[in-house]
Design a protein around this ligand. Structure first.
Ligand SMILES: [Zn+2]
Length: 60
């Protein structure tokens, strides 16, 4: 007889983070292949990666 109305949903594994591609401004949803570097992902695809704005700073 326990009601499952717990307000905490931190364990919701169906939630996937998403972010906006800096090139095409489309929303990209988290992918397993990005798990390692999700924080660094800026482009939704290789195509956008190549199309990145020319104002990028020189990075090593
Ligand atoms: Zn893109």
């Amino acid at each position: 007889m326990s009601s499952k109305s717990s307000p905490s949903f931190k364990g919701n594994k169906s939630f996937l983070p998403s972010k906006i591609c800096v090139v095409c401004k489309k929303e990209m949803t988290w992918r397993k292949s990005w798990a390692k570097n999700w924080e660094e992902v800026k482009y939704c695809s290789e195509a956008c990666k190549k199309k990145k704005p020319s104002n990028s700073q020189a990075s090593s």
